[in-house]
Ligand binder design. Structure first.
Ligand SMILES: [Zn+2]
Length: 163
């Protein structure tokens, strides 16, 4: 794992990780988060294994209790972990954006489409139901045919509380 950047911004701390999050991940190399909001960019992470998950979870437990964690640009394998492991994200975390795989039945192409909170999805809250834009038209880059969502929707969007 590499720390692409760890930047103190005006209102939040921005962290971008890359590569494999495994037994060699050095979360202790990340400076102490002094802001109440931490935004983690997972777009360049290529895999995470069980050691990496353990180290990530342990690291999030070292954050001050008033630090809210927002994660963005999550590849599918990160969303899969969030769906399977309740403790992958600390309480009150938010997923800002994540990739949904699409498949072209016409030419076999695949594409990862970025779903953004408030545009393509919204998690369930006390007064609002969750939603996901299942009817979004994603066109194939190769042949311009409308692509199909390539996930088991009940499983993949489970973390949003979609009924
Ligand atoms: Zn195609």
């Amino acid at each position: 794992m590499k720390i692409e950047h760890a930047l103190e911004k005006e209102n939040h701390f921005e962290l971008a990780l890359s590569g494999s999050i495994d037994e060699d991940a050095e979360f202790n190399a990340i400076p102490k988060i002094q802001k109440n909001l931490l935004v983690v960019d997972f777009s360049q992470v290529t895999m995470i294994n069980s050691c990496g998950i353990r180290d990530w979870v342990n690291w999030t437990k070292t954050l001050d209790s008033n630090v809210q964690v927002h994660i963005k640009k999550c590849p599918k394998f990160i969303i899969d972990k969030i769906n399977i492991l309740k403790g992958f994200l600390p309480a009150k975390s938010l997923v800002l954006s994540f990739y949904t795989p699409y498949y072209c039945e016409n030419c076999d192409s695949e594409k990862q489409y970025l779903f953004e909170r408030g545009v393509h999805f919204q998690e369930q809250t006390a007064d609002k139901a969750a939603f996901v834009d299942y009817d979004l038209e994603v066109l194939c880059d190769q042949c311009k045919t409308a692509m199909s969502m390539d996930v088991i929707t009940e499983k993949y969007f489970n973390f949003l509380g979609v009924k």
